[in-house]
Design a protein around this ligand. Structure first.
Ligand code: HEC
Length: 182
């Protein structure tokens, strides 16, 4: 660009030269064009990816479903909650404020049985734990929680209890019930 090619115009002492466009500039131009064409083809012609509206609709639906929370509990749903850190944090908070008094802060057992060993009075399967949490074993001193906590918190705290299983917390209460069947 330093070599002077022919001058087309001079206005007020400002010279216009016929230089080549810089390589970096052309690179950006062509990259943008290729990207733009690819984007247009991918999202608008082939519709291979969801557009902005599609993504928004999908997220809203997911959010609505989570808020409505009317999916009945099942082994699969509870095991999925075990993989959801937000739900587990919620479940842990519910446990600390409602369950730790009887089951210990680590679930090691106090008035209520140890939840960290492999032994269960009412069964260790996800839905077995859900049932005893939701409906209680009232005659034996375990309250029913579904009415006080609501379905969502019962699911979340059940998922949290599932994470305690087998952690064998220190100072745990002696095992009660039967070992969980594999
Ligand atoms: C007032 C004390 C008390 C509170 C509070 C309490 N539990 Fe219990 N829980 C018990 C007792 C007692 C048992 C044993 C019932 C039996 O002998 O059948 C029990 C049993 C259980 C069992 C079954 C254990 C097994 O071996 O099968 C689970 C699971 C459980 N509780 C979870 C919870 C959760 C979750 C909470 C909080 C939402 C909670 N408990 C709050 C006293 C309590």
């Amino acid at each position: 660009m330093s070599e002077k090619s022919l001058i087309h115009h001079i206005y007020d002492g400002i010279e216009e030269h016929d230089n080549h466009l810089p390589k970096w500039w052309l690179f950006i131009l062509w990259t943008t064009l290729v990207f733009g064409a690819g984007y247009w083809f991918w999202y608008h012609i082939a519709e291979a990816g969801p557009g902005q509206l599609g993504e928004y609709a999908a997220e809203s639906a997911e959010h609505a479903q989570r808020m409505a929370g009317n999916t009945p509990a099942s082994d699969d749903l509870l095991l999925n909650l075990v993989k959801d850190p937000t739900s587990l944090d919620g479940g842990k908070a519910v446990f600390q404020s409602n369950c730790a008094a009887c089951h210990g802060a680590q679930g090691q057992g106090l008035i209520g049985p140890n939840l960290t060993d492999g032994f269960w009075l009412h069964g260790g399967a996800p839905m077995a734990i859900h049932k005893v949490v939701a409906e209680g074993a009232v005659a034996k001193g375990m309250p029913a929680w579904e009415r006080t906590l609501g379905a969502e918190r019962v699911k979340a705290v059940t998922a949290y209890v599932l994470t305690l299983k087998g952690t064998n917390a220190a100072g745990g209460k002696a095992p009660q019930g039967e070992p969980e069947q594999p």
